[in-house]
Design a protein around this ligand. Structure first.
Ligand code: GAL
Length: 817
């Protein structure tokens, strides 16, 4: 590679990328130097950075810790450090690239970054969640060394209501192209119509002529299976920019949907430049009576809100960590994500396209009104920056088939203020101008209050009214969207946010009861609200869906000693809580059955332990040590909801509850609790929980074993503390240490305990309720990887993984040592 670069630098070889339509796009994440703190003059070419730390991006310095109850980020930021940091990268620009246009793109830097090339300031970009780029061409030294320097300022705290991370925590890209080129994000694909028979796609291509003379340009579009179009032609004067529209017809398209997330690749070629765009062909519509329609079919949004951190890895989340998380949500039956409360990492949207999630892409948590918890939120930037940020978000994300709706903001302070409608109008106009195909909502927590309905001047501007906590006001706790649906029959409505059943994984606290009666476990009441909410949503077609707060526990928004919020269906490790199975029983058609709590209660012998089953089976029979405790059934939906009038069959077991869970009061005795679920009279699934003995061994289970040796790919390994029979020991908190042999590094460890102040970047972790997690990342060398987990007095466990050679990505602008 070194030799190849030399030949290229000397101009002795045609650059590889030019054969590919002229454009070179390479990743620029590797070989940076980092300083935590400020440094005067560190933008200068000659600044002595030899002592700085070497690292690769994405990088989040906050997650490196330590926790501090007095940290300026406070509870909102998870008591982790923030401050200022510097990044520098020395690189070589090949001489053969001279005369081309070279651009750098940051997918996101948290936050308030300034970027210099060879000492020249390229610009500042405050919002940490939008993508921005700079033209490097004027200051690049071709055939010589260059230095890019980035100052990141996350010092004004508290600056976010949740953990934001700090640093260049998303990918960086470099593009080299002919000056006569397709503009950044210059290809926009819109599905005009799509049925099983044919689809019509409109492709808009924006071309920029950065050459010194006028040019004739032919714009051709190629998409597998589509009928070839005559290339569009245009003439562009020097320095001019113009857009052309092509229309493609695709017979018998593979339509994109959560079940079949089919993607096509579109190649747009103008001769001197070419780009590829991933395309999902789907038709979306929203109906005030029928809700969301995907390819003509009603689909309920079964949604989860997600913040951007990935637990132990902070905000620098490897794609493989996102993929694991999304697959876990998918297995729960979730089909939709709200990117609360900011534009996500584009890598997440690519995954959503590929895996089949429906996304509500949200812009802001503040407009001009500051939220009380946050001194330095986005409101300080909004007046100057919101237009640029919004355009950056829409232009970047509008080609993703997964994105089905925009949100202009979350619980914005202007909902009732006289200034609100004017700001919202401007935002909605920008959304509609940049993307006429998707509706705009806003997550309103004050659609209805003691003072009555939110001003129509505000709600009337929204394509879809978003309700945060629709069940928050008086009778709405029972009637939900009902009164508004009656009052505004044309209104389209979505539950942008609602309360999940927050809990700490593995903990079953009791709630004080009236004097004289024993306290009752919290898990008896936790699901009730969620169940009721979903019963309404599932039986009212016009409710587009709900997004629950939240899919995963997230860092921040906590109170010391907690450093994370416990609102997730899964903890920060991605270990399911009981709530996960509650959602699964509601969302997933696949037969499932989950029992709670665990069955290890020494000292409780003879006392009642209430047992719950989350299930979508019709009937469940529970057994304790082989003795039946009776079969139970729930009634939802009520028989007769589907099928003919009054034609439903007699139930096999008469239901005793309209709750979505079943419950038995079981006098505790050690042993085995087994549940058998029936559908249509046949056993559909079984679930057993056993009393655990003392910890005897560790088990280690990787989420995947075949990795790519690209220094990016990652695996998550779950470690369980088990007894001699292999039952997870619920209370176990053994200290587990990890060792990694082979070409991989330990990226982070976690146990999901929201109160743990152990570092994430360490070689060991205490188990929490019997479990902990290690995340490893590959290096560039291929080879076998062995991860071993050890704990004093327990049998150790090891997992074997393999890292296979990955095709080498182009690196013409290689980092210098
Ligand atoms: C909501 C808010 C979320 C989170 C949540 C905590 O009102 O939109 O960001 O703060 O409350 O319960």
């Amino acid at each position: 590679m070194r030799c190849l670069r030399l030949l290229l630098a000397l101009g002795l070889l045609p650059p590889l990328a030019r054969a590919e339509g002229g454009r070179l796009r390479e990743n620029f994440d590797f070989g940076w130097r980092f300083l935590r703190g400020d440094a005067a003059g560190a933008e200068a070419l000659s600044y002595p950075d030899g002592g700085w730390r070497r690292l690769d991006l994405p990088h989040d310095w906050s997650i490196e810790g330590p926790y501090d109850a007095a940290a300026p980020s406070g509870g909102p930021g998870g008591y982790l450090p923030t401050g200022v940091g510097w990044y520098r990268k020395h690189f070589e620009a090949p001489a053969a690239q001279a005369g081309r246009r070279i651009e750098i793109q940051f997918d996101g830097v948290y936050r308030d970054s300034e970027v210099w090339l060879n000492g020249h300031l390229l610009g500042r970009w405050p919002y940490g969640y939008t993508t921005f780029r700079y033209d490097l061409t004027p200051y690049l030294v071709f055939g010589g060394p260059n230095v890019i320097a980035v100052r990141v300022d996350n010092s004004r705290q508290p600056g976010s209501r949740w953990y934001s991370g700090s640093g260049i925590d998303r990918n960086v890209w470099l593009t080299a192209s002919d000056p006569l080129r397709i503009a950044p994000e210059g290809v926009t694909v819109v599905t005009r119509s799509a049925t099983a028979d044919a689809a019509t796609l409109e492709v808009r291509t924006r071309v920029r002529n950065g050459r010194g003379e006028a040019a004739e340009v032919r714009v051709s579009q190629r998409l597998e299976g589509a009928l070839e179009e005559e290339p569009a032609a245009l003439r562009l004067e020097a320095g001019a920019e113009a857009e052309v529209t092509s229309v493609l017809t695709l017979p018998h398209p593979r339509l994109w949907s959560p079940e079949h997330p089919a993607l096509y690749r579109l190649r747009t070629d103008i001769g001197t430049d070419a780009v590829e765009t991933s395309v999902g062909v789907r038709a979306i519509a929203y109906d005030a009576e029928r809700g969301f329609l995907l390819n003509g079919r009603p689909v309920k949004l079964l949604g989860m809100c997600l913040h951007q951190d990935g637990g132990a890895v902070g905000s620098a989340v490897p794609e493989a960590v996102w993929e694991r998380r999304l697959r876990l949500l998918q297995a729960m039956g979730c089909n939709a994500i709200r990117t609360s409360h900011n534009p996500p990492d584009p890598a997440l949207l690519e995954l959503c396209d590929r895996l089949g999630f429906l996304v509500m892409d949200e812009a802001f948590d503040e407009w001009t009104v500051r939220k009380p918890q946050i001194k330095f939120g986005y409101s300080a930037f909004f007046p100057e920056w919101h237009q640029r940020d919004l355009e950056a978000m829409i232009r970047r994300d509008r080609n993703h088939p997964s994105v089905v709706m925009w949100s202009a903001g979350n619980e914005i302070g202007e909902q009732w203020s006289p200034r609100g409608p004017a700001i919202l109008r401007e935002l909605v106009e920008t959304f509609h101008r940049e993307d006429p195909t998707r509706p705009v909502t806003a997550a309103m927590d004050r659609v209805f209050t003691d003072a009555g309905r939110a001003p129509a001047a505000f709600t009337g501007l929204l394509d879809i009214v978003g309700y945060n906590y629709v069940d928050r006001w008086l009778d709405r706790r029972e009637t939900y969207f009902g009164p508004d649906h009656a009052a505004f029959p044309e209104r389209r409505m979505v539950g942008t946010e609602d309360a999940s059943a927050p809990a700490v994984r593995g903990e079953y606290p009791e709630r004080a009861a009236p004097a004289g009666t024993p306290p009752r476990p919290l898990y008896l009441s936790a699901p009730v609200r969620t169940e009721q909410l979903w019963k309404f949503a599932l039986t009212h077609a016009y409710v587009i869906g709900h997004f629950m707060w939240t899919g995963f526990d997230y860092l921040g928004e906590s109170r010391w000693p907690a450093k994370a919020s416990s609102s997730g269906a899964l903890d920060t490790c991605g270990f399911p809580k009981d709530t996960y199975y509650l959602y699964q029983s509601i969302f997933s058609p696949r037969p499932m059955l989950h029992l709670l709590p665990h069955w290890t209660w020494p000292g409780r012998e003879g006392k009642v332990v209430p047992v719950l089953a989350y299930t979508n089976c019709e009937v469940v029979e529970l057994f304790l040590n082989g003795r039946s405790l009776g079969a139970k059934a729930r009634e939802f939906p009520r028989p007769g909801t589907q099928g003919g009038w009054n034609t439903y069959a007699r139930p096999p077991v008469f239901p005793t509850t309209a709750d979505l869970h079943l419950e038995w009061d079981v006098p505790y005795e050690a042993g085995e609790l087994k549940a058998v679920g029936y559908r249509g009279g046949a056993v559909a699934c079984t679930e057993t929980v056993r009393t655990a003995g003392v910890p005897a061994a560790l088990e280690i289970v990787p989420d995947r074993t075949a990795l790519r040796a690209d220094a990016r790919d990652a695996a998550s390994l779950e470690v369980r503390v088990v007894d001699a029979q292999g039952t997870v020991v619920p209370g176990a908190s053994n200290r587990v240490s990890f060792s990694v042999e082979g070409p991989a590094v330990l990226l982070g460890v976690d146990n999901g305990d929201p109160q743990s102040h152990e570092p994430y970047q360490a070689g060991r972790r205490d188990a929490f309720h019997g479990l902990c997690l290690a995340v490893i990342q590959t290096r560039r060398e291929a080879g076998p990887i062995r991860v071993t987990a050890r704990a004093d007095g327990l049998r150790e466990a090891a997992a074997e993984l393999a890292s296979a050679p990955a095709p080498e990505a182009p690196a013409l602008f290689g980092a210098l040592p």
